[in-house]
Design a binder for this molecule. Structure first.
Ligand code: SAM
Length: 335
């Protein structure tokens, strides 16, 4: 794919800090078949009514406009759990017709079944969440006894060619930080890229505490002691990348709390109910669904998108006194 910087588009999305937006996250559902403790409550979340969720046609319209008119170059489908949305491969096929790097973030529980179909529909790559290799701990963390399915799903993604397969690990102090090296070793043995994520204050129950965050520095120290590492130049992705000196692949850290990459952020997010957000931590939604469902044409949709980008702030302020956490949690925004 062309470097987006070299491709002229009619209306590039440049915010007031000069950041050019080229990456879109689409949440296709707020529903999930897991209940990860740092993300969702055990029960009690109210799902969006079906008619409030954007249809595949609406999603395709927004995506096409963002790609053709505004220069979006990568689209990631997420949720909730995107694979619980019925007929997901149909949406994948629609979006794969656009000139984008199309990927999916999933908990992997059903990948063994759906990976071949998603790959055939045009999906390029997947990120799979996996926070523990210990069955009991995995079940406690996700409130689902599904570790074996997730591990099998990761293998299925590799077999289906959804490469590079990345594995996302949210590290929570006192919960799974003793598995950092084991998870790194797992990635090395399977040929998948493990990325450790610093815990963010986006859980549904407002239980996040700074002391639970295991910092990038600590994660790297623990891995580097066993498997020596060197830094790789960072691209536009949120992960800082590190190569194993013995040549057995690489590992990443997403230091959203201690080293946020806000000044490089080129990302927009569309929630399942059609709200456009310029930051995970935005306090305001821009109601794209209302514009899409009005008689207004594409120019009005573009204007709404540009208003959202224009209002983007310099960055979130986790750990600072002015930080206010967003009303919706990760599963409702789309991680
Ligand atoms: N269900 C899919 C999954 O499990 O990957 C996609 C949605 S999930 C919300 C996306 C990512 O957000 C997952 O990797 C998850 O671990 C991460 N996540 C959720 N809550 C988080 C939090 N409080 N801090 C950091 N990452 C979080």
């Amino acid at each position: 794919m062309d470097d987006a910087g070299e491709t002229e588009v009619p209306r590039p999305l440049v915010d007031s800090f000069g950041r050019v937006h080229r990456d879109l996250r689409i949440s296709v559902t707020d529903r999930c078949n897991f209940r990860c403790t740092y993300c969702m409550p055990a029960d009690g979340l109210t799902w969006l009514p079906r008619d409030e969720v954007l249809s595949f046609e609406e999603l395709e319209r927004v995506a096409r406009l963002l790609v053709e008119r505004h220069g979006i170059r990568s689209i990631r489908l997420t949720g909730g759990e995107p694979t619980v949305r019925a007929h997901l491969p149909v949406l994948v096929a629609k979006l794969a017709a656009l000139p984008v790097d199309l990927s999916l973030t999933t908990n992997g529980a059903t990948l063994r079944t759906v990976a071949p179909e998603l790959a055939a529909a045009g999906l390029r790559r997947v990120n799979v969440s996996l926070d523990s290799l210990q069955a009991e701990r995995f079940a406690a963390l996700t409130r689902r006894d599904e570790l074996h399915h997730v591990l099998d799903g990761i293998d299925a993604a590799v077999e289906a060619g959804l490469a590079p397969v990345k594995v996302n690990v949210v590290v929570v102090r006192g919960v799974n930080d003793d598995e950092i090296v084991d998870l790194a070793a797992y990635g090395r043995s399977r040929g998948v890229i493990v990325r450790f994520i610093e815990l963010m204050p986006l859980d549904a129950t407002d239980a996040w505490r700074n002391e639970q965050v295991v910092t990038q520095a600590e994660i790297l120290e623990r891995i580097g002691t066993v498997f020596p590492l060197e830094a790789v130049a960072r691209g536009h992705e949120p992960a800082e990348r590190f190569r194993y000196l013995d040549g057995l692949g690489e590992v990443g850290v997403i230091p959203s709390v201690t080293r946020p990459f806000c000044d490089q952020c080129d990302r927009l997010r569309l929630t399942a109910d059609g709200q456009l957000r310029s930051c995970l931590f935005s306090l305001d939604d821009h109601d794209l669904r209302a514009v899409l469902r009005s008689d207004a044409g594409d120019d009005a949709v573009s204007a709404a998108i540009e208003a959202c980008v224009g209002a983007k702030w310099a960055g979130h302020a986790i750990n600072q006194v002015q930080f206010v956490r967003p009303r919706r949690s990760m599963s409702q925004i789309g991680g």
